[in-house]
Design a protein around this ligand. Structure first.
Ligand SMILES: Cc1cc2nc3c(=O)[nH]c(=O)nc-3n(C[C@H](O)[C@H](O)[C@H](O)COP(=O)(O)OP(=O)(O)OC[C@H]3O[C@@H](n4cnc5c(N)ncnc54)[C@H](O)[C@@H]3O)c2cc1C
Length: 378
């Protein structure tokens, strides 16, 4: 059977774009089908750890990402007034002369990946979806919403947690489920002293987290526990932010309360979790990233897992085996890697639903366990 020479990627998010870069670097023909348009790529920032840096380095983009984001090495705990209580060092698992992690604005990361993919020859169709697909002995033909038909050796579904490709392949029985928490996120100016992940904690266990994203920006977040809320208007989200942060007197947090109703980016999103058992592929179609493993963000690793998936899939394709062996090897490498990381993140999520100072200690232990897993080879 022939090696894989052409790939259609459905979904041009973090995983899909990383895969496009990695595949073009080994000479595979790539076309990306993306539902959204480039201009509407919004979102606040993302924090990526040493494992993601190691994966990005395999496609030559780690240093560019650090330069366009904000590299850091520490996790600080502060009290409600902003006084430093504790600081732990994050391991430098990429290189001793590079930061252990970095934060970056999501649209900046997407632009870096897209520029690299297209300059290497990948084609992207924005505002396009898959209407139909047909698999034959020689490949897969996708009928696009544009009316065009695209043929390739394999198709990769990288279309995120609510993956239409997953539904097409495996039905609706497996879908992400709300895990009891959601997140409020607020992009703001970075205070000069915020040089790492920061948790502000009051004396009864309420917490506000923060992550630096660039020299200028950072984002604050709050984990909200409870029933999944219905749609929240922007005013309701701002009201909620003000209510949750009202008890904190750190000046940078007081500023967020004052400006909540005019915030450049303030959003709420429930956390939906899914870990698909193998197989992650059917015939010539395989899923990567959130489409197969959507995790709660306490370990800030869903994006890193999507990047690792992409790099590993490209490595397996570069070995030149037929599609059956390639896709089986891919999921056999990835599922055992992702599962314990997802489960550790979920354990932190469950623990944080019982806010207390003792729970904080347990969360820190779980966080360290998660970081150790992430430091493993992939
Ligand atoms: C609140 C929150 C905070 C998070 N923070 C972090 C963090 O700090 N660090 C981290 O590593 N991870 C974090 N994550 C997780 C991270 O965002 C995801 O794991 C990551 O985006 C997954 O990448 P992906 O490429 O698989 O999917 P996505 O990034 O979701 O990309 C999917 C793409 O597919 C497109 N698409 C969807 N449907 C279709 C369709 N039918 N046809 C064509 N295209 C389609 C979408 O428009 C999108 O561009 C967080 C998640 C949440 C919810």
């Amino acid at each position: 059977m022939a090696a894989i020479r052409s790939v259609t990627i459905v979904g041009g998010g973090i995983g899909g774009l990383t895969l496009a870069v990695a595949l073009r670097q080994i000479g595979v023909e790539v076309r990306i089908i993306e539902k959204g348009d480039r201009a509407s790529r919004l979102g606040t920032g993302i924090s990526l750890l040493g494992n993601a840096l190691r994966a990005l380095d395999r496609i030559g983009l780690a240093d560019t990402c650090i330069a366009r984001g904000y590299g850091y090495d520490c996790l600080k705990t502060r009290d409600a007034a902003g006084e430093l209580l504790d600081e732990i060092a994050l391991p430098r698992t990429f290189r001793p002369d590079r930061p252990g992690a970095f934060g970056i604005m999501r649209p900046v990361l997407a632009q870096i990946l897209e520029n690299e993919a297209t300059s290497l020859g990948a084609a992207i169709d924005f505002e396009t979806t898959v209407e139909d697909l047909e698999e034959t002995a020689d490949g897969v033909t996708l009928a696009l919403s544009s009316g065009e038909k695209v043929c390739s050796d394999i198709v990769v579904g990288a279309d995120g947690a609510n993956s239409a490709m997953r539904e097409r392949l495996f039905g609706t029985a497996l879908k992400p489920e709300y895990c009891g928490q959601g997140g409020l996120r607020y992009t703001a100016l970075r205070p000069a002293e915020m040089n790492g992940v920061t948790f502000y904690r009051d004396t009864v266990g309420n917490a506000v987290g923060a992550i630096p994203l660039s020299d200028e920006k950072c984002y604050y977040f709050i984990l909200e526990t409870g029933e999944r809320p219905g749609h929240l208007s922007q005013t309701e989200v701002a009201d909620l932010w003000q209510e949750r942060v009202a008890g904190f007197s750190a000046p940078e947090l007081v500023e967020t309360v004052r400006h909540a109703h005019q915030a450049e980016a303030l959003s709420y999103r429930p956390f939906d979790v899914l870990m698909m058992p193998r197989p992650w592929h059917k015939g010539r179609i395989v899923l990567i990233g959130d489409a197969v493993h959507s995790m709660s963000p306490q370990l800030t690793s869903g994006g890193g897992m999507a990047i690792e998936d992409a790099v590993v899939l490209a490595e397996e394709i570069s070995a030149g085996r037929d599609f059956t062996a390639t896709l089986a090897r891919f999921e056999n490498r990835r599922e055992p890697r992702v599962r314990p990381i997802l489960e550790t993140s979920l354990a932190i999520c469950r623990n944080e639903q019982n806010p207390s100072l003792a729970a904080h200690g347990k969360s820190m232990d779980l966080l360290q366990r998660g970081y150790a897993l992430l430091a493993d080879a992939f």
